[in-house]
Design a protein around this ligand. Sequence first.
Ligand code: SF4
Length: 499
Amino acid sequence: MTEAASQVRRPGLSKSRISAFEQCPRRLWQQVHARERSEVDASTQMSFAAGHAVGDLACAQVEHGIMVEAEPDLQAALARTTELVAAADRPIFEATFEHEGVLVRVDILVPERSAAGLVWHIYEVKSSGSAKPYHIGDLATQYWVIANCGVAIASASIRHIDTSFVLESPGDYTGIFSDASLLSDISGIAATRDAMVEEIRQMLAGEEPVCATGKHCSAPFSCEFSGHCSSFEPAGPAWPIGELPNTGARLAEKWADADIFEIAELPEDAGLNPLHTRIKDAVRTGEVYLDAAGVRKATAEWAFPRIWLDFETIGFAIPRWVGTTPYGQVPFQFSAHVEQADGELDQIEALDLSGEDPREAIAEALSGLPGEGAVIAWNAGFERRCLRLLAEVVPCHRDALLSLAERTVDLLPVAKNNYYHRDQRGSFSIKAVLPTLLPELDYGDLQVADGGDAQLAYIEATDPDCPDERRAELAAGLIAYCERDTLAMVEIYRKLAGG
Ligand code: SF4
């Protein structure tokens, strides 16, 4: 342990920086040297928040643990860790070690004394539902640093969320974690860390490495420097083969061997499926494909009143309400446009920002929707699942909810089979289709503009400390967004059907 306190010569590397290097040396070089920092997007903010909450809960479940604070500085944290490891009388949270200028903080470090002596167990807490391949590298870095500080390690595990957990009573999270023991997986990787750290230091001391963009830019993390790197590369194809739905990436790889990168250049005998052929024709000619008769035929059985329905949902790593699971999606809002045969539209909505379990309020509002007529959604499996979930947990509205679920039909495949505008870029999400038909209904003018925004707005609005004025502003944004989704479906349908 003496090394932990004494070697603080070259801080600046950490397990996350080593992980960035493993993804791409240029990414780490940019993280260390670049002046410009990209903004943290909504989904990253949400995953940071989930990670902190999960970390706090994991610590709360370990009795008699003691936290090593990062204040006033990491030197103090190293010294405090040295003391606590020497005492070895209780679990340590955020135990801090340093070896060869690589600093790590271990989520949970648990001592075990036996006749054979003192050993330690490492637990790295993750908010994911399983141990991911990139966690192994992180854990190996932890192990390498700690072992080199003279600490005897008996096990090293990823402590992750068990997604089969169901909250049975408020605040009782016993059993929410599961441990993946990975010591045998990390030992070999840890043995490579000396050489890797040396390689990293040499790389960081030099000029920016040149690494071509590719698949590695989005996995395991979406790289924040894609704009920077792309700016040094020749412009790619205008309509890349990779944009073809489903198998586009595989086709792009296959045709790259023949130096074919553009969708329009795919040969006649390329063996494209009907959808890809339609997309190729739209790209080549610039003409929109629309079979309005096909749309009308596919939807002829959709009875009136037609109920155009959309849900917004929230899922927490740590479930908040009894009967819910980690990451289980709970509807907190819906919008429905009810359309009569003569085209008259009524909009009905419900939004629960009380912070209490929203399912009953949402189910009750849904039960007031017409008891007949088609329920229409975009990618309808999601809405159908929400309705069935609500039917299970709010039995007094079960029949009405199951009736809605049974009457639910999907507009997405109708659009997919009968329409394509090349500006969709291979996507049939409503947000890709809408601007090609109805640019005036674009989401750009909305405060809440996508599902991620909606979830962040829900979290902020249900925070007890959220001021009333701000909560009202967020509610207005959520209502406008969800209403836009259902109105967009109605208007897209009318365009597609030639109305
Ligand atoms: S965009 Fe790709 S090539 Fe550029 S730094 Fe990131 S991972 Fe590396």
